[in-house]
Write a protein that binds this ligand. Structure first.
Ligand code: MF3
Ligand code: CO
Ligand code: CO
Length: 251
């Protein structure tokens, strides 16, 4: 069941979304070679708390930290740890979800550390473009599958693959709710978009030809590409409006 948000809820989602974006803006300058993902976690957690909000990932189905940090071939759900030190040439996705006044804001960006190879820079910028294309396809009365269709149309120009095992999601009072948003074209998403729906779009793009991913047997969370290729991701929380889409997590 997809929850249509009321005007009051939309206002709260705007505030939560804006705070999540502020966390990413704040942490940006700290993301450089020599910094551990645990330090990034701690700074984000402190900033979130200072702004009267809660870090949603902490204890979510047992997740042990406040944010997700996914380096290089890690697709998503990377756990911040002291021993993971960012180094020159790495890419890292920082995924922030805050709960403010009972409502969630969810956004992520992939950051580049120092000198990144040209082909990796392309992966990152094209993943950002893929998110933008997906968002541009959102319009009330259209089908949700237009999002995945637009992303797939764009990404198919490159020798990349679109992760299928994880998707975007409805969001509001709960972290993950209906609908499940696919980033490739599928009739499964033949759902009419309606004003007041709020969901994330968060394509994960692998540099290799395989979209296959696997979850770490050791920690039960870290998702990596099976072929070891790099993976990038960008995420926004979106409101369907009469005009199209409003990005609630704009920088
Ligand atoms: N923020 C992630 C998403 O975009 C979910 C992280 S769940 C966690 O949906 F438990 F790993 F934090
Ligand atoms: Co997220
Ligand atoms: Co999300």
């Amino acid at each position: 069941m997809i929850v249509i948000k009321t005007q009051e809820e939309i206002e709260k989602m705007r505030k939560a979304g804006s705070l999540a974006a502020q966390v990413l803006d704040y942490i940006g300058p700290f993301i450089k070679a020599g910094v551990s993902t645990l330090t990034i976690n701690d700074l984000c957690a402190e900033f979130t708390q200072k702004h009267g909000a809660i870090s949603a990932p902490l204890n979510y189905h047992g997740f042990p930290k406040s944010i997700c940090t996914s380096i290089n071939e890690v697709v998503c759900h990377g756990i911040p740890v002291e021993k993971d030190i960012l180094k020159d040439g790495d890419i890292v996705n920082i995924d922030i979800t805050v709960i403010l006044d009972g409502y969630h804001g969810d956004t992520s960006r992939t950051f580049m550390i120092g000198n990144v190879d040209e082909d990796v820079k392309n992966l990152v910028s094209r993943t950002q473009n893929a998110l933008d294309r997906g968002i541009a396809a959102i319009h009330p009365g259209k089908y949700l599958y237009e999002v995945g269709k637009a992303i797939e149309k764009y990404i198919s120009k490159f020798d990349y693959s679109i992760v299928r095992a994880y998707g975007g999601h409805g969001i509001g009072k709960t972290f993950h709710e209906d609908p499940h948003v696919l980033h490739h074209f599928s009739k499964e998403n033949r759902i009419r978009l309606q004003e007041g729906m709020i969901f994330t779009v968060e394509p994960m793009i692998n540099m290799g030809k395989s979209y296959e991913v696997e979850t770490s047997a050791t920690d039960g969370w870290t998702v990596t590409t099976v072929d070891g290729s790099l993976s990038a991701q960008f995420e926004h929380t979106i409101l369907v409006t009469s005009e199209g889409a409003e990005i609630l997590t704009k920088a």
